[in-house]
Ligand binder design. Sequence first.
Ligand code: ADP
Length: 474
Amino acid sequence: MEILHVAAECFPVAKVGGLGDVVGALPKYQARAGHFVKVIIPMYRTRFLYENQWELVHEGGQHIGPYHFHYSIIKEKTNKLGFDMYLLDIHGLLDREKVYGYQDDTERFLAFQVAVCDWLNKWQHKTDVVHCHDHHTGLIPFFMKYALEFRQKLSDIPTVFTIHNAQYQGWMSWDKYYLLPPFDTWKWGMLDWDNMINPLAAGIKSAWRVTTVSHSYLDELKSNANGLEKLFEYEKGKSTGILNGIDTQIWNPETDSLIVSNYNEEIVTEGKLKNKKELAGHFGLDPQKPIISFIGRLVGEKGADLLPDAISHALYQYNGDINFLVLGSGEPHLEHTLHEMKHRFSGFYNSYIGYHEPLSHLIYAGSDFLLMPSRVEPCGLNQMYALRYGTIPMVRSVGGLKDTVKDMGEWQGFGIRFHQPSVWDISYSVGRALDLYYNRKEQFDWMKKFSMQIDHSWDKSAQQYIDLYKSLKS
Ligand code: ADP
């Protein structure tokens, strides 16, 4: 099959979070299974752009409302990523340092989506499927079906829309209506939710099929979807949950060049200890005690606001028999608090505030436990990386965390689960972790070995997407 993925991120070209990981890995696994896979994202000014060879494959002109723009599409020359990687540039609009966070993000991603449709419209053949990811691409299924310029050629191409995070919906006011390409006006309701143009809702309504990145998340969205609950309930017939996987080539403790000592399940205890010593040395922590880490965006969704109280509480309650380490960036007040705490709990707690991909690998390898007290977790990749590196996940039972982590109290359980995103639940789980670490070494060693052997690779899920695409072919 020929598959075109459209997204805002793709690792290693541009990554902000899990979306980037998924769009960098799923296409690779689909290509390996014999499909012809293309990925297109905006051209940002990232390192990958400057360090690789590109060829110009298409140029065109389009407009958003009265504003005309010229766009160009370049393709990575060597098929380095295992699939065809395309970048779409709109000079002055997309070619910036950061992926998101600009005042004109609405216009940026709108222009990107219009340009992608324009490019597709110029193809000599029809691709088998267009797979769009998250709200930045949610208008594409709508444009393909209803925009006057595109519908004739594109409306019969199947579209799949995957929701990686329904908290962000790309809302824009109806004042911006004039920026959209002309479309069947009686279809305006497909764009609308609560009197706003809602690209996420438009994607859900217009795409041929909708997927979410875990089964539990799909269920939860019917009661908690930042205002879209009724829509998820209504569209359940065309929606499926397909669990994300991880790129086991990049995330492999046996070959990972970003960690200090490579290891496999045979030597997991020794291997992890060497990485732990490096990590503890660097952050002034005690390698004799367990290291419990947090990696992620410092936002309420991830339960990051609970960390300051939970960490201080656990350090007092368990007499400092633990180390805590935080790697993350996000809300400024949380960044500030989590930074300042290092002085108060020096020797027991430390943090790196910012984004640091290599450090994240060392933390997965050198920690004993990874804490994820998420309020919402569509799939979560961190717990799967942790398991792959023999690090025991301590997770709140929600979304994808529920689908991928089995509590150690169950038969062949390999993690710690708790129910509420609360200081009390986290503290209780820390107690369970300490008991495992200090008093039940044998079970702890078995859990590390066992978790490393769990297959979270993309093989199965990539095939589930292929089966879904095939079901759409007439
Ligand atoms: P999200 O909701 O943020 O996308 P996921 O669990 O799906 O959460 O994916 C998070 C990804 O981002 C993982 O690869 C994780 O290691 C990475 N990550 C998050 N924060 C940081 C950071 N500060 N430094 C390095 N990597 C990070």
